[in-house]
Design a protein around this ligand. Structure first.
Ligand code: NCD
Length: 343
């Protein structure tokens, strides 16, 4: 398998991704999509490697998807769950993590409710010259790179089924609706989509979408010296769903993250649904038939109607779930083979 030289030891935040990085991930994901239909249904690429799933926060899709991705590449996989761990006996999260590293983990996939835990861990690992790669599976509001990449692949595959590439997104108008403030998925999508040249419209009430989001990709996050992408797509904010959907090529809606809301940020859920709910009615404002995405888990009847969820001619949600596996296979493959060009 020929691929470009992959330089990232860890995958923490898509703000660090170049156009070549996106291209490599989309190309590999396209290839890995067919693995379940091959005779052995697996590839030996990560045989003997150890992949650890360390989820300090709940997860259905992401954890299972990473597990399956690692198994399809023949890695050994271990799963950690808070409920049955020694955290209950007072062990600190860092000591827990170091225990797994001492077992020789090659790739440590981590989800944590606190922003920056994966970054701090990567820093610790590099300082101590440990060979383990950190793959961020979601930290607080901050970043969820594998979700951003599987969403990117799903859109690229929708727009260019024969050749999904960063170019497939160029000048497309993607509308993201809902609780953007609390969403690491939205933040990772903003880096990925604008990085591939899409123009993003954000839509939601001020309490869930502060005005500053229009500047989100104007400068790299603190600690990052430069933006590897020169010309990004734009971000605009629209408060009315009708204005936001006009001319859209695809719509992404997000869960209202009630567990992350510190104060009562909404008047009531019915009013929210009437203003921002994605339904067959509201989609008429797009003026053409467009696909709808949602990272899940979904609050039915709040950010999205049950009818849209069940309409396979519109919803790409099942595609997002299935594309998550080859996307994550690509990330594991690249981390395990970084700096090696195989043929
Ligand atoms: C999201 C997450 O946990 O960040 N879900 C996911 O990973 N598919 C979004 C959410 O919790 O709403």
């Amino acid at each position: 398998m020929i691929m470009s030289n992959w330089k990232h030891k860890h995958i923490l935040d898509l703000s660090k991704f170049s156009l070549d990085d996106y291209k490599t991930v989309l190309e590999l994901t396209t290839r890995f999509q067919d693995v379940p239909t091959t005779r052995s249904r697996k590839l030996p690429a990560l045989q003997g490697r150890l992949v650890t799933n360390l989820f300090f926060e709940s997860s259905t899709r992401t954890r299972s998807s990473f597990e399956l991705a690692a198994k399809r590449l023949s890695a050994d996989v271990q799963n950690f769950s808070v409920a049955t761990s020694s955290l209950n006996k007072g062990e600190t999260p860092l000591d827990t993590i170091l225990t797994y590293i001492a077992m020789g983990t090659d790739i440590l996939i981590i989800r944590h409710e606190s922003t920056n835990v994966p970054n701090e861990l990567a820093h610790y690992i590099d300082k101590h010259h440990i060979n383990t790669s950190i793959l961020n599976a979601g930290d607080g509001f901050h970043s969820h790179p594998s979700q951003g990449l599987l969403d990117l692949f799903t859109l690229a595959n929708f727009f260019s089924p024969t050749n999904p590439s960063p170019n497939s997104l160029s000048n497309k108008k993607i509308t993201i609706v809902g609780d953007i403030l609390h969403s690491r998925v939205a933040r990772s999508n903003l880096w990925a989509l604008t990085g591939c040249g899409a123009d993003v419209t954000l839509c939601g009430p001020k309490s869930l979408l502060p005005d500053e989001f229009s500047d989100f990709v104007l400068r790299p996050p603190s600690g990052q010296k430069y933006d590897p992408i020169k010309n990004r797509g734009s971000i605009v904010i629209k408060r009315s769903l009708k204005d936001a959907l006009k001319g859209s090529d695809a719509v992404m809606t997000l869960r209202l993250q009630k567990e992350r809301m510190h104060q009562n940020m909404l008047t009531d859920l019915d009013t929210y649904h009437n203003h921002y709910g994605i339904t067959h009615e509201s989609l008429k404002w797009c003026e053409k038939k467009v696909p709808v995405m949602h990272p899940g888990p979904v609050n039915r009847g709040i950010e999205i109607s049950s009818q849209i969820l069940e309409d396979d001619s519109i919803s790409l949600i099942k595609n997002q779930v299935s594309n998550g596996i080859p996307t994550r296979m690509s990330l594991l493959y690249l981390l395990a083979n970084r700096n090696i060009i195989e043929s």
